[in-house]
Design a protein around this ligand. Structure first.
Ligand code: ZN
Length: 446
């Protein structure tokens, strides 16, 4: 089936890697607002080149690029990708420069190759194979490629809320995925939500000599007391009403996770731990991983943190905290509850500017589109491990009312997304293109 298409993919593999390299050479770092408009245009040209109609939608931030081709098929497949990347720092930990992609031992290294320019290019190149071989597409195609995924998709709602017709489709492929620790392909059906906040204390007009700590208030201590009130030693989150309304994992989700091998012991070695939080193991560990919200300190800052000693009483202290949210929770509600919690504990002076947030979303594990992806994966890679949700976050909530999404991709367990030496296996990239062909084929007969 579609042999000329898959032959084209194999015969032009080097060319498609070159196209990916070109895309990765542009440092489109959303956090620094670098190269975004330029990359949006490159992506638009890639979509035009495969015969799609395209449009660039300006937002208050980075533009959203869309592409579509209606071939009059019964089913429509939508791809959600992003052209922005994480910052590449620290540069000195890279074995080759992050924005000069290079192949070593069958892996392509460079910032964005896994997250998610490799997936974006593989999907576009698959469609190129249909066009160049004159093969009819079995499904209609839509692309939504945004440029702010790595900073919380802050302006994406400006596009999605006005274009619900466009994002309506029979099935969608989300941005990421790949092979797990033992090489089996994994699919993710959901994403947790996020509420990211910074706690700030400012008690003095300037830093002073620490000898004054006997008579002046200490912002850093104040911050630590406030943060300490959020969670107990068993990691129970102590904000009143925090767990209210949480939708527990469904029977079918529990059944699916029952079959997942968490590789508990192996991962203990990877993380250098003796045991998981609260001694979690087996089903309890899985339930927590897929179904629990979090309250995590990402960074704590105050005073002098350089070499040696410097006796100072800092004027300010701050702490970045991310809450991963599960279905039934909303960041605005958690923001209010956090404010009330701090006020009730007497921390009315602790400021909490809202940084980013959105709710969780999931595609039901028994949705027929999930079966389509499983069958397609079976043809190319073999068995698929289906996760009801990723423990990570993404703006799936903007789409999942209109299209069932499954996240699969060309990454793998060693891809190091967000870290130095990000990479993909070239062979996985090639087979991921074959899998997209199979998804389209399976979808057309569904
Ligand atoms: Zn990312």
């Amino acid at each position: 089936m579609y042999e000329s298409v898959t032959n084209f993919i194999d015969d032009t593999l080097n060319k498609s890697i070159d196209a990916l390299k070109t895309l990765c050479r542009i440092p489109s770092v959303a956090a620094k607002n670098e190269g975004l408009e330029e990359t949006a245009k490159v992506v638009q040209n890639m979509l035009k080149d495969i015969g799609l109609e395209t449009e660039i939608h300006p937002t208050s931030g980075a533009p959203v690029v869309t592409g579509w081709l209606d071939v009059g098929a019964k089913r429509t497949l939508l791809f959600y990708d992003h052209y922005d990347v994480q910052p590449a720092e620290p540069f000195d930990l890279w074995d080759s420069p992050p924005f000069e992609p290079a192949i070593r031992d069958g892996r392509l290294f460079g910032r964005g190759v896994a997250d998610n320019k490799g997936d974006t290019t593989s999907r576009i190149w698959t469609l190129k194979a249909f066009k160049e071989t004159g093969t009819d597409l079995p499904v209609n195609i839509k692309f939504v490629v945004e440029g702010e995924e790595e900073i919380g998709s802050v302006n994406l709602p400006e596009y999605t809320e006005k274009n619900t017709d466009f994002i309506t489709a029979d099935g969608g492929i989300w941005e990421f995925g790949g092979a797990g620790i033992h090489g089996k392909q994994e699919a993710w059906l959901g994403l947790k939500g996020i509420f990211f906040v910074e706690l700030e204390v400012e008690w003095l007009s300037r830093d002073v000599h620490s000898s004054a700590a006997c008579v002046l208030p200490a912002a850093a201590s104040r911050l630590v007391w406030a943060v300490n009130s959020l969670k107990d030693e068993a990691s129970n989150i102590l904000i009143e009403g925090f767990y209210d309304g949480i939708k527990p994992l469904s029977e079918s989700e529990l059944e699916v996770i029952g079959n997942i091998d968490m590789n508990e012991d192996e991962l203990k070695k990877v993380f250098g731990i003796e045991e998981y939080l609260n001694g979690l193991t087996g089903d309890a560990l899985k339930k927590a991983y897929y179904g629990d919200p979090t309250c995590n300190i990402c960074g704590l800052t105050s005073g002098y943190q350089g070499k040696g000693s410097m006796t100072v009483l800092p004027a300010k202290a701050s702490c970045k905290i991310d809450f991963r949210l599960v279905e039934g929770m909303h960041p605005d509600d958690i923001h209010k509850k956090l404010r009330k919690h701090l006020d009730d504990k007497g921390f009315t002076d602790v400021k909490i500017p809202y940084l980013e947030g959105y709710p969780a979303a999931k595609t039901p594990v028994d949705h027929p589109f999930v079966k389509v992806v499983e069958a397609a994966n079976q043809r190319i890679f073999g068995d698929l491990v289906v996760h009801p949700t990723s423990p990570g976050s993404g703006p799936l909530y903007l789409f999942n009312k209109y299209v069932p999404m499954v996240s699969i991709g060309c990454g793998d367990y060693e891809s190091k997304a967000h870290s130095p030496n990000e990479s993909i296996v070239v062979e996985n990239y090639r087979k991921a293109m074959h899998r997209i062909v199979a998804v389209m084929d399976e979808m057309s007969t569904w």
